[in-house]
Design a protein around this ligand. Structure first.
Ligand code: BES
Ligand code: ZN
Ligand code: ZN
Length: 455
């Protein structure tokens, strides 16, 4: 369902939603008519986060709703309300900012391409001034979720290329791609090696947009449309969700759409290595040594550490234009999930100012990021006996850090760089986060870019 269906800018006839903090309720600071007070008491309302108390009029129609916000959890409470309220149009009595109001749409997202749903949208009345920015943000997140949820048989490397090409057309951007052997011809050996065993040819996708006089920002997304693990094959439970291994690509496309729609004064370069990590007679193997785009020779320790290989060639390519900043998003390691869990984006950066600004933005828009260190001493965990570097560490520890350190080897020392290791998936539904594909840290990054580059 399109996000615009969840909002309405006509202010009349909305059922009032009254957002109530727990302390305000407990300290009886609400001015209530006797009948309403009784209704709330009878329903056992305690203003816990997301709790609803419905007030009906004499004709049995819904008159207003009290929504519990716990201790300052307004965004979560609004998400719960959007999901649990009866069908209808609602209006908020107070003003809330965009990071709260967007939860109304995020909570109602469903992936319905292959399963019809007859749930009707719950509508929130919002002001005309805030509506466009909520909509562009929700559109970007819905795009991310849709792309991740779409199965690989419908969204392989070629179809992902079609998505980028269409986006480029829509915003008057330029689109370029290197397909199959063109990757070898133009020196993207790792992307070719990882993707060559699939009957769906590997490719590198590129979108460029914006005024060349503006600062250049490069976004790179891991586009592994399916990760079987290659010859070091994944166990079936680990493989089950691997349609989501193009989650990084989905993130940068959502962000790109948001940037172009907002006409941010930057020059944007999006790069997506799009491959399927498959098994076949010509699959790359453990022990193979690949010479990557920057000349570094990499011993393949494990074909399941494929993301860092395809990203390496893309990072080298991105840095050739000396951008102001390179930001990548990737479903790179299981270890990042062990470290920060499923809901938080793990961030690595070699630039203190940018990293701190991103952490501030994450807090401001309630889109969690946690920074992990590029700890130099762990570089040696990637030593290889026969090549410059191995693509995976033999140690079971610090897997997210060693992956990030691997990527850093493809970034010039003076190049500002940020790497996000993300889950891109909700294993179960939570308020505002339906089960399935999820956007992580893109509202934070969008907010950061706006603050840094908006004149
Ligand atoms: N796509 C996976 C990482 C992944 C798994 C992300 C589960 C999110 C959830 C990646 O390509 C991979 O398989 N990484 C290996 C690396 C290892 C072989 C060094 C991992 O994390 O186990
Ligand atoms: Zn893998
Ligand atoms: Zn992968």
């Amino acid at each position: 369902m399109h996000p615009s269906l969840f909002y309405d800018t006509n202010p009349s006839n909305g059922i009032p939603l009254i957002m109530v903090e727990q302390t305000r309720w407990e300290e009886s600071q609400l001015q209530l008519a006797e009948a309403e007070k009784n209704a709330l008491m009878t329903q056992g309302f305690a203003a816990k986060t997301g709790e609803l108390a419905l007030i009906w009029n004499g004709s049995g129609l819904l008159k207003k709703v009290y929504v519990g916000c716990g201790e300052g959890a307004v965004a979560k409470a609004l998400a719960c309300a959007a999901y649990n309220l009866p069908e209808g149009a609602y209006t908020l009595e107070e003003r809330f900012d965009e990071s709260v109001l967007i939860q109304w749409a995020l909570a109602q997202y469903r992936f319905t391409q292959y399963k019809t749903s007859n749930r009707k949208p719950r509508v929130l009345k919002v002001s005309e001034s805030i509506f466009p920015s909520i909509l562009t943000e929700a559109n970007a997140i819905f795009l991310v979720r849709d792309l991740i949820n779409t199965p690989t048989n419908e969204l392989g490397p070629q179809e992902l290329g079609d998505v980028v090409s269409k986006l480029a057309q829509q915003y008057d951007a330029s689109f370029e791609q290197w397909v199959g052997d063109e990757l070898l011809r133009d020196n993207f050996p790792a992307i070719h090696a990882v993707g060559r065993a699939s009957s769906h040819e590997p490719r590198l996708l590129s979108l460029r947009w914006g005024n060349p006089s503006h600062p250049l920002v490069c976004l790179i997304g891991k586009g592994v449309c399916f990760d079987s693990g290659g010859l070091d094959i994944k166990p079936s439970t680990a493989m089950r969700l691997m349609k989501k291994d193009m989650g990084g690509a989905a993130h940068v496309l959502g962000l790109a759409q948001w940037i172009m729609e907002n006409q941010l004064p930057i020059q944007l370069h999006v790069l997506i290595p799009a491959v399927e990590n498959a098994i076949g007679p010509n699959a790359f193997r453990p022990g193979d040594i690949l010479t990557l785009r920057n000349g570094l020779r990499v011993e393949v320790d494990n074909t399941d550490a494929e993301g860092r290989l395809v990203l390496a060639d893309a990072l080298t390519k991105a840095a050739e234009d000396n951008p102001e900043c390179i930001i990548d998003f990737a479903t790179l390691t299981g270890a990042a999930r062990v470290a920060v869990g499923t809901d938080i984006a793990a961030m690595f950066s070699n630039d203190e100012t940018i990293a701190n600004a991103l952490l501030d933005s994450a807090k401001e828009v309630n889109d969690p990021i946690w920074r992990l260190p590029l700890y130099e001493d762990y570089d040696s965990l990637l030593d290889s006996n026969v090549a410059d570097i191995a693509n995976a560490s033999a140690s079971p520890y610090a897997g997210a850090i060693t992956a990030a350190l691997f990527l850093r080897r493809f970034i010039p020392k003076t190049q500002a760089y940020v790497h996000f290791d993300i889950m891109a998936w909700n294993l179960s539904a939570k308020p505002g986060r339906p089960e399935g594909g999820e956007a992580m840290a893109i509202r934070a990054v969008g907010h950061f870019l706006k603050k840094r580059f908006q004149v």
